[in-house]
Design a protein around this ligand. Structure first.
Ligand SMILES: Nc1ncnc2c1ncn2[C@@H]1O[C@H](COP(=O)(O)OP(=O)(O)O)[C@@H](O)[C@H]1O
Ligand SMILES: [Mg+2]
Length: 284
């Protein structure tokens, strides 16, 4: 006979299954027993050899280290079913605030809802609030890295706020299993900063002030010279890419502004400023 807890758990899993059956969405929110949950279908496509080779190439360029071929095999294993569930469990065990995993299997993950995303909150913040909140998030990313962790999807759409605390979500990225830790962490910083630059209320003028402040907050919390070294190597490539993409910076495609090239320039400038010897970086 099932215990009341097991019966309740089964009812919750069934509620998730019917919510998923009723919607084509990959990730959806639903309420059950007065609590909010999120059900997420597992990704169909596993990342193949191509992305593993790309990661290998990037890692060599940016870290100088050659990845062992075994890392490619690891990638295949990592992108299999259950990767995100294992990451959620490992991070929770390490004391990182991630959604409580309720169930995993049958092609989906079921987890506790952890509040609104920072990306959605940003639209409603005034300048003082976003400067304060985003700098605090940059420092949190630094502390998370200092504890030896990497996110893989550190964009503000993958950070939520609940009860005055930040939660990290979305752990499908396997990139960090393929490259040295410092490279995965540097990539987190790039994703985080780029997810803020020229988004919502953060226009170009604001980005020129905000991005360096975010990087300062990050490096104050994680002064790891290895992460700096990755940025120093990557900066050369970023400068070349920014120069090549300069003509596309203000182009409009189909009425929609594409900001990728402008973001790259803002990011390269902000990182360059942080890597410059002290005393030089503050000169306009
Ligand atoms: N545990 C959660 N709590 C609150 N919102 C969530 C949670 N998990 C996912 N979401 C919402 O669903 C969106 C997509 O989920 P995510 O895990 O990031 O999948 P994807 O791989 O599609 O980006 C998130 O950006 C967020 O808005
Ligand atoms: Mg996501």
């Amino acid at each position: 006979m099932s215990t009341p807890d097991a019966t309740e758990h089964q009812a919750l899993v069934r509620a998730a299954q019917s919510a998923l059956a009723a919607s084509p969405a990959r990730t959806l929110e639903f309420a059950h027993g007065g609590e909010r949950y999120v059900a997420k279908r597992e990704a169909q496509a596993t990342r193949g050899v191509l992305s593993a080779l790309l990661a290998r190439w990037l890692a060599r360029r940016v870290t100088g280290a050659s990845l062992p071929m075994g890392a490619l095999k690891l990638s295949a294993a990592a992108s299999g079913v259950g990767f995100e569930a294992r990451r959620l469990q490992a991070l929770a065990a390490a004391g990182v605030r991630v959604p409580r995993l309720v169930h995993h299997g049958d092609g989906f993950l079921l987890m506790a809802h952890c509040g609104a995303t920072v990306a959605s909150l940003l639209a409603g913040w005034d300048r003082d609030t976003w400067r304060r909140e985003l700098a605090a998030l940059a420092a949190e990313l630094g502390a998370f890295h200092r504890a030896g962790q990497w996110h893989g999807g550190a964009q503000i759409k993958n950070l939520t706020r609940m009860n005055g605390q930040t939660w990290r979500i979305d752990f499908e990225e396997t990139f960090g299993e393929l490259v040295p830790l410092a490279a995965a962490q540097a990539f987190d910083v790039v994703l985080f900063v780029n997810s803020i630059s020229l988004r919502g209320p953060i226009d170009e003028d604001e980005a020129r002030t905000l991005l360096p402040a975010l990087l300062r907050a990050y490096f104050a919390a994680n002064p790891d010279p290895q992460v700096r070294a990755v940025f120093a190597r990557a900066l050369r490539w970023a400068k070349v890419a920014a120069a090549l993409s300069a003509p596309f910076r203000r182009l409009n495609f189909g009425g929609r502004q594409r900001n990728g090239a402008a973001r790259l320039k803002l990011l390269a400038d902000a990182i360059g400023g942080q890597l410059a010897p002290r005393g030089v970086q503050d000169v306009p």
